[in-house]
Write a protein that binds this ligand. Sequence first.
Ligand code: 4AD
Ligand code: MG
Length: 425
Amino acid sequence: MVTLSGWIYKKREFGKKIFVDLRAMGNREYLGRIIQVVFEASRMDTEEFKTVKKLGQESFIVVSGEFVENVRAPGGVELHVDKLISYYLAEKPYPLAKKKHSPDFLLDVRHLTIRSPRYQRIWLIREALVDYLREWYKKDGWIEVYPPILTFTACEGGATLFVLDYFGQEGYLSQSAQLYLEVMIYSLGKVFSLTPSFRAEKSRTRRHLTEYWHFEAEAAMYRFEDILKAQEESLAYAIRKLLENDRFYEWIKEFRGDMDILNNIKAPFPRITYDEAIQILQTKGINIEWGEDLGADEERILSEEMETPFFITLYPTEVKAFYVKAYEEDEKRCYSADMMAPEGYGEITTGGEREDRIDVLIERIKREGFDPQNYFWYLDIRKYGSVPHSGFGLGIERTLMWILKLDHIRETIPFPRLARRKTLI
Ligand code: 4AD
Ligand code: MG
């Protein structure tokens, strides 16, 4: 005899027999799937059977019975109920009972949408992805740290800053933990953090959120090539670990169809220079000149035919943020690289080596329209035992979107913050 509880996902009645697809809870193994629960009039109390007839989608039930093998039931077993122990009614009709809804309506009732087995799977895979990334860094000797979200210096330029009033002083929501991680390496050597980052992105794209989760790492004495290596090895590790889990493997396969690219993922990833990327684009007839940043379209074209993530290296210094280290042989280029996900997905990380020359940093901060005074602490760390260092940031949602081959980033986070939405849950 077992007791099982959960929410009714679907119900089918055949006279004296009722089949319920239950979103069971209480055990991790139950999540992301449904358990078939069978109520048979002959097996249980008449009043209880009548009550079950009344229960609609998303009503909660606690039942006891026996698990019985049935090859036709999802997962190969079903619960034959002896007793309805208790229940909590859902109002009828449930707004999501119909099959087809517009994406906008689904976002209007996001507080309900997130219950489906499909979303349960996304949340579980997301949790595991973060766990495995963290695991790689901890094994490799990096320390997790906790940088602030209320900040007073921009990291990624003024255009995407969320400005706030901090007791009369101008503050910002963090765009990146990087500047603080650069400070923390002088305490701990190799550090990483997982924080929300905020971007006042006006662009309505499939890959921009205004609040996203940012996995960032920074290490003392790491050069450009070292930080590329950490990125490719940690991502390859996390994906391998996901695929080693049979449940995740099946789910990911259902989401993306083809598993070849994930199965074959292996560090090192190919690297092409920005110059090569421009040449490839020009050969394909794209109108782009050296010095222009690569946008979503260019990244899609470059990554469409790729079968592995890859890096684009040595971007023009001008298109990157103020902190990038200039390439010694040609200061117009810099030690900055973006990791592209294949299959048209484009950028999932940006990273590189950091500039150490205080005068250069001051000039660049001014050029971005900020007051170097506010960056006093960031400049100060260059004075006391400053060492070469590198770091990067990976967007969890962008990465998950590619792994699951989803067509919109809103699918990867329970409560997506999207610039164009008016109703925000
Ligand atoms: O490329 P970004 O802006 O780089 C930085 O913030 C660096 N300071 C990171 C570092 O070196 N510590 O952001 C890093 C990653 C992007 O590659 C992308 O995956 C993700 O963050 N990202 C976004 N994800 C969703 N929505 C947005 N609006 C995003 N903006 C960046
Ligand atoms: Mg970037």
